[in-house]
Every structure is written in structure tokens, then in C-alpha cells.
Design a protein around this ligand. Sequence first.
Ligand code: SAH
Ligand code: SF4
Length: 358
Amino acid sequence: METESVHCFGIKKNALAGLSLEKLTDMLQPLPAFRAKQIFRWLARGVRSFNDMTDISLVVREALEKRFSLYSSVISQQLSGNDGTVKIQITLEDGCTIESVLLADGKERKTACVSTQAGCAMGCVFCKTGAIGFRRNVRAVEIIEQFLHLRSIAAFSNVVIMGMGEPLLNLPALREALAFVANGARGGTDDAFSKRRITVSTSGIIAGIHDLADNGPDIRLAVSLTTADEAQREKLMPVTKTNPLPLLKKALVYYQRKTSKRVTLEAALLRNINTSRKHVDLLAEFARELDVVVNVIPWNPVAGLCFEGVPLQEPDEAEVGRFIAALRGKGLNVTARFKKGREVAGACGQLGFFSPCV
Ligand code: SAH
Ligand code: SF4
């Protein structure tokens, strides 16, 4: 029989998930430290209720339930596709909503895709999240909770920070969250992640790339280049106006000098817009002196998005094939990402299908 007790003070329930083991142990006093560690491990597995903590006595579970909540956020909607993709909408404490996705890469491997902002201020014309605009940064604990909510649905082996928002404009929170996920801050659970399996994607925030190079974390970097035609990129991705391509390239050279890491250049392909021979040449020129792999993403349709007054369209297979072959002809490494998650509007650039904030 358990002897510890939990006192029930206070009215507002504090959430326990995402706290460090030290903070949790403090918070749970007078429970002994070993009990806090058991609870910590359950939390790291993404339990759905205190009752799932089967090695904790009923009396303690009930006391915990009265005083605390597991998460500050809730899964408010869930959609599953036939390709194994699961998209969840998460409602944060203040009613803002964000989206996270579990992508199935083959039979076993799953990748978690999480959001760092509710909406996005960058305004890329081809992206649903960009069309919604910016609401607020996601807090570190809310980033961690996305991992835990996804973890409660299925285990995953890779993480991409490619959900809603520009991660490098919320770097302190991202850093804190990744430290929790990656560095064994989980108190020795087997869920700790190798940083090699975490990729952060940026629209090209130069200061953030320098910050990553100088201060870490030591994760993989992807840059959404889209086009290496400066004038066109200014129109497609307004972030270019304050982060021009020559300086972005310099930042990447600096990043690679410091980290010796290969960088991914993502190219969302828009039919008849950024797929011509000229675009291949400019991209190859941008990639010179860099160690890169180009990830080609045929545009995932989002109704209502236009460029220069014309509705955007996805490229056909021939157009994509020609583009890839031409890049390879220039000696570049190229990978392609096809249509994953489209069925639940959980593919790249489609997040915001649910309204982002109430
Ligand atoms: N905000 C970050 C990460 C999220 S977007 C960034 O922009 O890098 C993840 C990737 O999806 C980016 O490379 C982006 O260019 C691409 N993308 C955006 N909208 C898209 C769409 N509708 N179809 C295909 N890719 C898209
Ligand atoms: Fe924001 Fe990325 Fe979408 Fe651009 S592509 S609007 S940076 S989420």
C-alpha cells in the first residue's frame, strides 16, 4: 500500500507534461523523488490520463488528478489518412489552435512534424499557413506537448520542425523544447532523440542561421529556397526582401564552415513558375560552394492561392521529372517528396485547414 499523500491546494490546475524532472519533483512534493521519476516517465510516453499510470496507486492518482492536469493543451480534432498520415489540431490554453502531423515513411518509420507558431508572418504566397497570418509564438512547453500528443498516437523516429510558422523566429522556445526531447532530459526513458533525427526548416532567416551555427542546437538544417531567382523569390517569399539571397548564401557558407553539416534546400515546385531551365541554372549557382541536397516538393494544392493574379497549380509529373533530371545533370543531389498527407491536408504548406485561432 502507498504511504505518500498529495495535498490538494489551489484551484487552477497546473500542467505537468514538459516539466524537467527537477521541476516536476519540486511540484509533486511531498511525493518522494522516485515517485516523481515514475510519473515523469509516464508523462514522457504521452499518457492520456493519470489512470494510465498503472504503477502509481489509485489514491495518489486521484490526488494528482484533483490538483494537476496532464497537459496545458488538448487534441481538439484528429484526421487519419489512408497513407498512414495522422493530423491533429491542438487547442492551446488561450484558444489558439495549431496543427501537428505524424507522417508515415514506409511501413515502420514515422516522422513527427510540429509547429512553432500559431499561423505565420512570412506570407509565402504558396502556403496555407502564410495566408492565415500570424497569431503568436508557441511556448516551449506547447512544442513539447505536441511531441507528447503525437507520441500518444504512435511512436516516431524522426522529427521535422516544418509545421506552422517560422521556427527561427521562435528559437529560444524551440531550443528549450528540443533540449527536452533530445538530450535525455527525460530521465532515462527510451524516448530520447538523437539530434541527427531532428530537422528544422527555415524560410531563410539569416540571423537565426548564424545563431544556430554559433549556439546550436546541433540539428539538421533545411532552407526553403523555392527559387534562386532573387526578384521572383521576393514576390513568392517576401522574407527575401530583408534576407536577400547573397546574404542567405553567405550565412549558409558560415553555417557549414562551423558545423560541417550538409544542408537541405527545399524547392516547392509551382507549375510554370519556378521549374524552367533558368531556375535550374540559378539554383545550381546558389548551391555552388555549399554541400547540399535539394529536396523537391511538388506544390500541394491549396484552394484560393494565386501568384500574379493566376491561381497556383501543381506541376505535372513530366515537369517535375525534367526539373529533377536537369538538377542531377548539374551534379546536384536531389530527393523528392510526393503528396504525403494530402488526404488530410497535412502535407507541406497545407496546415491551417482548421481555422488557426478561435
Ligand atoms: N516555415 C518553415 C517550415 C514549414 S513549411 C519554412 O518555410 O521553411 C515546410 C516546407 O513546405 C517549406 O519548404 C515550404 O516551402 C513548403 N511549402 C509551403 N507550402 C507548400 C505547398 N502548398 N506545397 C508544397 N510545399 C509547400
Ligand atoms: Fe511561413 Fe513556412 Fe508557410 Fe512561408 S512556407 S508562410 S515561412 S510556414
